[in-house]
Design a protein around this ligand. Structure first.
Ligand SMILES: *Cc1c(COP(=O)(O)O)cnc(C)c1O
Length: 428
């Protein structure tokens, strides 16, 4: 009889994976809290929340119960011409905790589609008002997803290279620093007439390698956009729902965006769903007796009741005192560990925002996503029962909020051991 691993090899094509040279895949049969269990019963601490989505641990019993009840009540209904309680309740509750300008909720299926919707809203918003602005502003190194529109507003590189000529034109600028801010502000004023919107990952460029920049600098950049009439799309697909230590990255900022995107932690990492929210100014620009001003966008599973129920349950858990305390505790523990890392001779560029901590291992080799040093570390951590998936030589932790301080200490201790064991060793 073939093993699950062998059967997988026959039929499955994995994401972001060169199937020819891919390492052995690990069949996971069960998840509980911060742990995942493989076929042999070996346990792994999920220190990256399964691609940054799992907030309250795997197979969370409360979310599971809520989904089960909803599954037996209403599993799906077309969202054009119909509505249901989970979607309405979720929209009400989400808008309550977002910046007050956010007034309407549009549902889709994942982070990339949440971004597509945001881009389409912005472009059509300007057109519906009879303006002709078609250019989009984004940060260099940005990551907003893998569909064509989301790819176009993401930094161009190896991932997007095969499609380069088909991606629409985007103006890319550097993330703000106190040094370049004035230049960026005047650049924005110069191009304002042709730019419909500015899309950005607030505070942290996740997929680019957990690159962090200051809220105060972003605030000033956002102010320049607001004054120049450029719509702001804040992509909180990664930063939303507590990751930055606050409920949203927005809570670190004084300037408020026009449109926001959510996914990943939205359902606590249980079911796929994306959300795009917007202001009434944007929503109102689509109200017309002229049918052509409609937002013609939707997905088969728009506002799926199960996903909405999962998101509601996850949000309840997130807002509990206990979870908020855990987020603060993780933030403090990370801060202490940052000090340890900063003193280590083999480590540089230690950075932290809330529950997200990242660092780089010094290497004499060229650094990039394909940097082999990451693979060596990945395997060593797996051997030790910890899932840490480096982006090149950038290593990071994004743990579920239910992780205990003992489990975090276990991870920290292993990180130091692994760095000391491998950093000096030659990388092949
Ligand atoms: C992951 C991510 C996306 C894309 O989300 P998917 O659900 O993977 O399509 C978009 N924006 C940001 C900031 C992300 O981190």
């Amino acid at each position: 009889m073939l093993s699950l691993k062998e059967r997988d090899r026959e039929v499955n094509w994995h994401p972001y994976t060169q199937m020819k040279t891919a390492d052995d895949i690990i069949p996971i049969v069960k998840g509980k809290g911060v742990y995942l269990f493989d076929e042999q019963g070996k346990q792994y601490i999920d220190a990256v929340s399964s691609w940054w989505v799992t907030l309250h641990g795997h197979a969370n019993p409360y979310i599971a119960q809520k989904i089960f009840e909803q599954l037996n009540t209403l599993e799906q209904v077309i969202f054009a011409g119909f509505t249901h309680k989970p979607a309405t309740l979720l929209s009400e509750k989400l808008l309550q905790i977002l910046p007050d300008r956010q007034k309407k909720v549009f549902y889709s299926d994942n982070g990339s589609t949440a971004v597509e919707v945001a881009l389409k809203m912005s472009i059509q918003y300007t057109q519906n008002q009879g303006k002709k602005k078609t250019k989009i502003l984004a940060f260099k190194n940005a990551y907003h997803g893998d569909t064509f529109g989301a790819m176009a507003v993401s930094g161009r590189g190896t991932w997007t290279q095969p499609f380069g000529e088909m991606l629409f034109e985007v103006i890319f600028i550097d993330t703000p620093t106190s040094e370049n801010l004035e230049n960026l502000q005047s650049e924005i004023k110069n191009i304002a007439d042709e730019v419909a919107c500015f899309i950005f990952e607030p505070l942290i460029q996740g997929a680019a390698g957990m690159l962090m920049y200051k809220a105060e600098d972003l605030d000033r950049l956002m102010k320049a956009c607001r004054e120049s009439g450029i719509l702001m799309i804040q992509d909180e697909v990664f930063t939303g729902f507590g990751r930055t230590g606050e409920l949203f990255a927005a809570n670190h900022l004084s300037e408020k965006p026009d449109i926001m995107c959510f996914s990943k932690g939205l359902t606590g990492g249980t079911l796929p769903m994306g959300i795009t929210t917007c202001t009434n100014e944007i929503y109102n620009a689509f109200l017309s007796d002229d049918q052509s001003k409609t937002l013609f966008h939707g997905h088969s599973f728009t506002a799926n009741p199960l996903s909405c129920t999962a998101a509601l349950a996850s949000m309840e858990l997130l807002l509990e005192k206990e979870t908020q305390k855990n987020i603060r505790r993780i933030t403090e523990q990370h801060a202490q560990f940052s000090e340890v890392l900063k003193k280590h001779e083999n480590i540089e560029n230690v950075r932290q925002t809330g529950t997200i901590i990242a660092w780089e291992v010094k290497t004499s080799h060229e650094t990039s996503y394909f940097n082999t040093i990451g693979k060596v570390f990945y395997k060593e951590f797996l051997d030790r029962g910890i899932i840490i998936r480096p982006l090149g030589n950038v290593m990071y932790l994004v743990p579920p909020y239910c992780i205990t301080s003992g489990e975090l200490d276990f991870i920290y201790q292993n990180i130091i051991e692994v760095v000391e064991k491998l950093a000096a060793a030659p990388v092949v």
